[in-house]
Design a protein around this ligand. Sequence first.
Ligand SMILES: Cc1cc2nc3c(=O)[nH]c(=O)nc-3n(C[C@H](O)[C@H](O)[C@H](O)COP(=O)(O)OP(=O)(O)OC[C@H]3O[C@@H](n4cnc5c(N)ncnc54)[C@H](O)[C@@H]3O)c2cc1C
Length: 479
Amino acid sequence: MSETQSGQATDAIRHADILIIGGGLSGAMLAAQLMRLPGQRQVLVIEPRAELGRGEAYSALELGHTLNGNAARMSVDPDNADDLTQWLTEFIAAGGWPESDEQHVPISELFPPRGMFGLYVQQRLAEAKVAGLVIGSTVEHVRAEVVDLQTEAQAVRLTLSDGQRLQGTFAVLATGMFPAARTPQTESSGLNAAALDPWDVAAMQQLDPQSTVLIIGSGLTMVDAVVSLEQAGHRGPIEVFSRHGLLPHVRRQPPAWVDFLAEDHSIRTPRQLLRELRRHCREAIAQGIDWQAPLDTVRAHIGRLWHQATDVQRRQFVRHVRPWWESHHHRSPPLSAEMVERLHGEGRLRIQAASFQGLEPSTNGEVSIRIRRRGEAHTTMVSGAALINSSGIEYDWRRVARPLPQQLLARGLIRPGPLALGIAAEVDGAVLDAEGRPAERLFAMGPPLRGMWWESTAVTDVASQAKSLAARLATPRPV
Ligand SMILES: Cc1cc2nc3c(=O)[nH]c(=O)nc-3n(C[C@H](O)[C@H](O)[C@H](O)COP(=O)(O)OP(=O)(O)OC[C@H]3O[C@@H](n4cnc5c(N)ncnc54)[C@H](O)[C@@H]3O)c2cc1C
């Protein structure tokens, strides 16, 4: 992958057709799709990380940090559901993942390590790059952060952290997710500085193995943090605090179930959806079929249901359904779930329904936090040798302390999405400005569109958005 890195500020402006801001899975897949379309185009992917295609999710180094779906569910090719299985088959045959033998399941049912998935994404991008060169299209990695963006009648201009300036016909915000720990709110509470990174096994190896570790949040990041602690040799108590005290369910491979939402378009509200879903789950269980089968049919419709819902209905969903949706839909890979279950069974991992109230001054080298247990009016202080914040993602861009989101908001080029989740956009990804007008040259994809589609982060969401956005950018409408 060619890469540009300039430490020098320069007045020259570099031109390209399409500027992709962010080179995680979204940016890499959009670039790959653009290379495969007819017509010549120059694409620059601006990404501060050393490698494209990984982002936070697929930079994972541990084999235990796996995808939460099996290979059959995680293809980046919307036209070939077997693409990852095929890649993995070759990779394993070449000796790439000898440990996979121990699982005794077909390759399509393996849950690949996320770092390995990153390699797959990179390989598919490299192949697309070769295909692009044949027709005169190019992709280049510019290693920097975009700190400002301006739109003009005929172009979009970017300013980079190293002073470079870029100009393109279109720009795409593929900036991914911003961890909650990097927001001003949590930064000012000191949580960010006090907490260990959930994936930093080396830092965890410095802990006394018998010490108590506190974890805030009980979703899939907590599961990863527990895997990291085990890998680091930690054998002490793990205290997990989350508002509802719900652990993610384990992902099983249920048989197909009737797609009841495809058959019944009268289901529109969260209440109707829950009622019908519960009915189907009861029916499935009565037939000896896993409740996950009916639940999995909902996924394909969630974007449509969310998009057509009113803000009141969306709020109802967030308030009443979200915790259960998160724990039932965003399920844990089996091997990680087994580990969490084992530690829970041994009494080493305890999960409590309690909300984080704030950080306390540290004493005796310990980190202390104040929590409020569900149903209690008073708060309680708890202490441990270390704290891990796995409380999730900050989707409200007004609270993201990075230059680009702040500049875009200040310039009125974007507006918050529904319920302040991400940013507002048209169905084709064209972002809406502060007055609600769709941009002609600025688009977004992936997690920034959370408010538009609710589910806009998973591999399959990103892969299908990359395909449709590439087609949109390759056939510009007259402006
Ligand atoms: C730990 C973790 C595990 C996950 N596991 C799964 C899973 O198992 N299955 C699944 O389907 N999904 C999973 N996901 C969801 C996953 O995020 C998405 O699949 C995918 O990473 C989204 O890709 P992205 O490129 O939009 O965002 P990201 O991967 O977050 O990449 C965005 C990139 O943009 C860059 N960037 C941000 N701002 C700027 C700027 N101003 N200038 C330049 N670059 C910028 C960042 O450096 C980053 O590399 C996981 C997510 C995480 C965080």
